[in-house]
Design a protein around this ligand. Structure first.
Ligand SMILES: [Zn+2]
Ligand SMILES: [Zn+2]
Ligand SMILES: [Zn+2]
Length: 89
């Protein structure tokens, strides 16, 4: 952890929760995933970088949505791709 300020994480006051526990892109493509992440800008739930599709990081790169939250039950953290920062909540 670093103390460097992240405007993206600081702007989040309510965590967007996953509406479905599946990666929307993997479902379309018939793929599988390891863990799920929810985009905090648009609420899309996609798979993590340990998954073959890596759809959450692709979404962050192509859409410019920097912050995801873990969509795994029991995990309470946010991650900012732009600043490479994790924050517990
Ligand atoms: Zn940030
Ligand atoms: Zn996926
Ligand atoms: Zn998004």
């Amino acid at each position: 952890m670093t103390s460097k300020a992240c405007v993206h994480l600081a702007a989040i006051h309510q965590i967007a929760q996953p509406t479905r526990r599946e990666c929307e892109e993997c479902v379309k493509l018939g793929g599988t995933w390891v863990n799920l992440r929810t985009c905090q800008t648009c609420g899309l739930t996609l798979c993590c970088d340990s998954s073959p599709g890596r759809h959450a990081s692709t979404h962050a790169r192509t859409s410019g949505h920097p912050v995801i939250a873990s969509a795994e039950s029991g995990e309470r953290w946010l991650y900012c791709y732009a600043d490479n920062l994790t924050a517990m909540y």
